[in-house]
Design a protein around this ligand. Structure first.
Ligand code: IFM
Length: 498
């Protein structure tokens, strides 16, 4: 969307932030700041065909990191480097879904879920990223998807959830433009072998975020801190998204291709034009950058100065590759952020998103709502704002909520069960905001909780539990938490008052 319109609608967004601030006074006596009333929760209804589901990703749950011909990924490499992961763990075994997928499909069934968002590990299928196919890898995903289809669960496939084949990083990683066509070949191959079973494809999970962390700040693999690399990587990804869309569609007539973008609703810190302008720049870069590229065939003019097309390696004709009519928009929502203008002189601290030199904004969390055990502010209202904003700005697209969730550390009690009331409350409030957005016209058709299982939470290792299901990482035993049982009841009933 253009800047002028955002500044106008920014009144709504900024107004939301102000209302949120006002709401604070009431927060102390409520379970969650800004919480929806019990009455509204009791009345919340969802369409009969609404798809309730859960999400995971390959590196976080599969394990079997070098089994049956799988190649090394950048996350294997990173986690095997001492000091990279908080608790010293790795995804070598993770939840061992590679050997226990049938049990996990049973779990999904038990929770009455109708969609499972999982990702395919590129190096499991193509150990070197290009070249010979690992048939055992493809066969594994055939068995997983067969089991899902048989259980009446929609397989929703993310093609890339951060685990680049290390062999491709050794050839330059995402800043290497050639990766766009390697990736498109990989996408075509998946659609050729699995397109009879899978219709829902999301090329990337949180593209801006993994490129920023991997190439601009270096906090994630491959650990480079170079704005030049980052800018080139961004353009390779834009091309890869466009090319993959085409190869998926070419190989499978039933493919629907969307996205899984992460959105952090950007509320201006103050009502000043400078802060509202900064919030617009943040939104365009962090939230809708690749969605904008797919719609317009160019990149948003939200950088400091002109869009750095030359530094990105943009060539004439690329605009045609970028532009693709995505079938739906995937939305992750975890937290809202307060954005303010930063001076040109400011430099980012290593690993931080503050005073971003490309857009000169400061990013701060809000501290008004309660927090998850990971320290994220809980702000369900942000989901409503976001869904309405995307609906308004992008002509009411079909939306899939691809992730929401929180870390709550509740462990098994003396009865062996996990009474994670705070997670139930978290989901209940978010889903009530979703119901409100549906009522107000947002075309949301699915909700994926992050996550089906406690799993390997990247640099936090196993210390951050997001699951509806407790995983004992020694025995790998799964125990559905109270939140999972509650979520299953909601999925069966299509309402929150269960
Ligand atoms: O675990 C991650 C997931 O891989 C991507 N989205 C955010 C989740 C929680 O941090």
């Amino acid at each position: 969307m253009d800047r002028r319109k955002f500044l106008q609608s920014g009144l709504v967004v900024a107004g939301g932030a102000m209302a949120a601030r006002k709401g604070l006074a009431q927060a102390a006596s409520m379970p969650l700041a800004g919480a929806i009333s019990a009455e509204e929760i009791a009345q919340a209804r969802f369409p009969r065909d609404f798809l309730w589901g859960a999400a995971t990703s390959a590196y976080q749950v599969e394990g079997a990191w070098n089994a049956e011909g799988k190649g090394e990924s950048i996350w294997d490499h990173w986690a095997h480097t001492p000091g990279r992961i908080k608790d010293g763990s790795t995804g070598d075994i993770a939840c061992d879904q590679y050997h226990r997928f049938k049990e996990d499909v049973e779990l999904l069934k038990r929770l009455n879920l109708k969609t499972y968002r999982f990702s395919i590990s590129w190096p499991r299928v193509l150990p070197n990223g290009t070249g010979p196919l690992n048939l055992k890898g493809i066969d594994y995903y055939k068995r997983v998807t067969d089991a899902l289809v048989e259980a009446g669960i929609r397989p929703f496939c993310t093609l890339y959830h951060w685990d680049l084949p290390q062999a491709l990083e050794d050839r330059g990683g995402w800043p290497n433009r050639d990766l766009a066509s390697y990736y498109a070949d990989y996408a075509g191959l998946l659609a050729k072998h699995l397109g009879d079973r899978i219709a829902a494809w999301a090329p990337f999970n949180m593209p801006w975020s993994f490129l920023y962390n991997g190439y601009a700040t270096g906090s994630n693999p491959p650990g480079r801190a170079s704005i030049d690399d980052f800018l080139r990587a961004v353009h390779t990804l834009g091309l890869a998204q466009g090319l993959a869309y085409r190869s998926l569609k070419a190989a499978s007539s039933k493919a629907t291709v969307g996205s899984a973008y992460s959105y952090e609703p950007a509320y201006p810190k103050t009502e000043s034009v400078a802060d509202r302008d900064a919030a617009w720049r943040f939104h365009m870069l962090n939230n809708v950058f690749f969605l904008h590229a797919s719609r317009h065939g160019d990149y948003p003019r939200a950088f400091a100065g002109e869009v750095p097309y030359e530094a990105m390696g943009f060539r004439s004709g690329d605009e045609k590759i970028l532009k693709v009519p995505l079938d739906w928009v995937g939305v992750h929502y975890y937290l809202r952020l307060a954005i303010s203008a930063a001076s040109r002189a400011a430099q980012p601290a290593a690993g931080a998103r503050n005073a971003d030199p490309m857009a000169q904004f400061h990013v701060e969390p809000f501290n008004e709502g309660q927090r998850t055990d990971h320290g994220f502010e809980i702000w369900p209202r942000g989901l409503y704002d976001l869904l309405m904003q995307i609906s308004r700005d992008y002509d009411h697209p079909i939306i899939e909520i691809t992730e929401t969730g929180g870390v709550f550390a509740d462990a098994p009690g003396p009865d062996g069960q996990i009474h994670d009331e705070r997670r139930i409350d978290f989901y209940r409030q978010h889903m009530a905001e979703l119901a409100r957005a549906l009522r107000d016209g947002a075309r949301v058709r699915a909700y994926h909780a992050w996550s089906l299982l406690d799993n390997f939470e990247w640099s936090d290792g196993f210390s951050a539990r997001y699951g509806l299901t407790w995983v004992d990482f020694v025995t790998l035993k799964r125990t559905v938490k109270d939140s999972g049982l509650w979520y299953g009841r909601v999925a069966a009933a299509g309402r929150l008052g269960v």
